[in-house]
Ligand binder design. Structure first.
Ligand code: MG
Length: 394
């Protein structure tokens, strides 16, 4: 970030609250740059390529995956951080890591695993992202995990129950004291929302489950569509959609910047700790929230709960639950390194193993364990597995 002067309330890599295992400085990289680099090189990051965002990975090559979603979040987040003279490296690191703990098959997978793990402390993808960077990645000789800075870990842990917070030491404190994380963390969270609201419109249209007419009924979409048609009469639909979406993203970002600047001016935080003690400083305006609400309702009601999406996700839930039952009943089925962990920590190791799976690996494991019984035969002909197998997973 040479040459860019950051505001006093930006997170300062030179004043980091440190790593769990002390390490010599990363110069010439900043501590947050080093975190970003460690995240990009880790295994869990590459797995995001084959994990569902809304559509199962193999349903189409052009749908968002967790990986492309995370990259879009990082792009939006960095633009915002730059405009507010905050630390771009930190916000990028948080954005790229925020979904590392996601199970295969998106929220259906997470719900199923949470249900399986209910008797043993539950499962929450956000907490799992932290577990990945703190414990599960095995790349360094001196420690488990990636040994990231406090500020990056603070940003990854977006929410957390009081019970879990008590187990997390200094990282959990803010949930018990109702404090905020850094502005970089707050904004990465809202950049996530900006990214998925818009790319889900794009993916929803691409899938054919939603049509342009569905969105034309929303003021937010219709106003921008009118402006685009005036400027480019007769524009092809795909281009029209992109022109509208980029305007919608800009509008959200500008609103977020204006509202956040206003709150910063009011709170006048002297440093990042003052940001943590202040009420949330990163926010959309009330009118913006009201403007976006019908869009979110449309996506929830018509896309996320579309019968075709739900049918695939029901099968996904079954795959995850069955994998859990099988591995828990017979830990001998786990790969060596997880079997060792299973002896030490039981169901949590099974949960870690399943959470780490990509969509297609989970399907393959399910088929391997199911042999050629009726369950396997049923899955083989289902929309969930058909695409994965046609794609010659191997
Ligand atoms: Mg996300």
């Amino acid at each position: 970030m040479a040459g860019v002067r950051l505001v006093a309330h930006a997170a300062d890599p030179a004043a980091t609250r440190g790593r769990r295992h002390p390490e010599p400085p990363a110069a010439p990289r900043s501590e947050f740059q080093r975190d970003r680099d460690r995240i990009v090189h880790c295994t869990a990051f590459r797995r995001l390529e084959y994990k569902t965002q809304v559509f199962v990975n193999h349903e189409g090559d052009l749908f968002r995956t967790r990986l492309t979603h995370s990259i879009e979040v990082a792009q939006i987040a960095r633009s915002i951080a730059r405009r507010l003279a905050l630390d771009e490296d930190l916000i990028e690191a948080i954005s790229l890591a925020h979904d590392l703990g996601h199970t295969p098959f998106g929220h259906a997978g997470q719900d199923a695993l949470a249900q399986c793990m209910a008797p043993w402390g539950g499962f929450e993808h956000n907490l799992q992202s932290l577990r990945v960077v703190d414990e599960l990645e095995q790349r360094y000789g001196a420690f488990d995990g990636l040994n990231l800075c406090f500020e990056t870990r603070e940003g990854i842990l977006k929410h957390c129950s009081a019970a879990n917070a008590r187990l997390l030491g200094d990282l959990g404190e803010r949930f018990l004291q109702r404090r905020q994380p850094s502005l970089e963390a707050q904004l990465a969270n809202l950049a996530d929302e900006i990214a998925y609201d818009h790319h889900d419109v794009d993916d929803g249209l691409r899938s054919g489950l939603l049509t342009l007419a569905d969105f034309e009924g929303l003021d937010l979409f219709a106003e921008h569509a009118r402006a685009v048609r005036e400027r480019f009469p007769g524009l092809a639909e795909r281009r029209l959609v992109h022109e509208v979406l980029r305007r919608m993203i800009d509008e959200r970002i500008e609103d977020l910047l204006a509202q956040t600047r206003e709150r910063i001016a009011r709170a006048a935080p002297a440093d990042v700790d003052a940001v943590r003690r202040a009420p949330p400083l990163a926010a959309f305006s009330e009118p913006m929230l009201a403007r976006v609400r019908p869009l979110k309702q449309l996506l929830h009601g018509r896309l996320y709960r579309h019968v075709r999406v739900v049918a695939v996700m029901d099968e996904a839930r079954e795959v995850v639950s069955e994998l859990f039952r099988r591995f828990l009943a017979d830990p001998g089925l786990l790969p060596d390194e997880h079997r060792i962990r299973n002896e030490a920590i039981g169901p949590r190791a099974v949960s870690d193993y399943i959470a780490g799976m990509t969509d297609r690996f989970a399907i393959r494991e399910y088929l391997r364990l199911a042999g050629d019984g009726p369950a396997a035969r049923a899955l083989l002909t289902s929309p969930l597995a058909a695409g994965a197998l046609a794609g010659r997973i191997g």
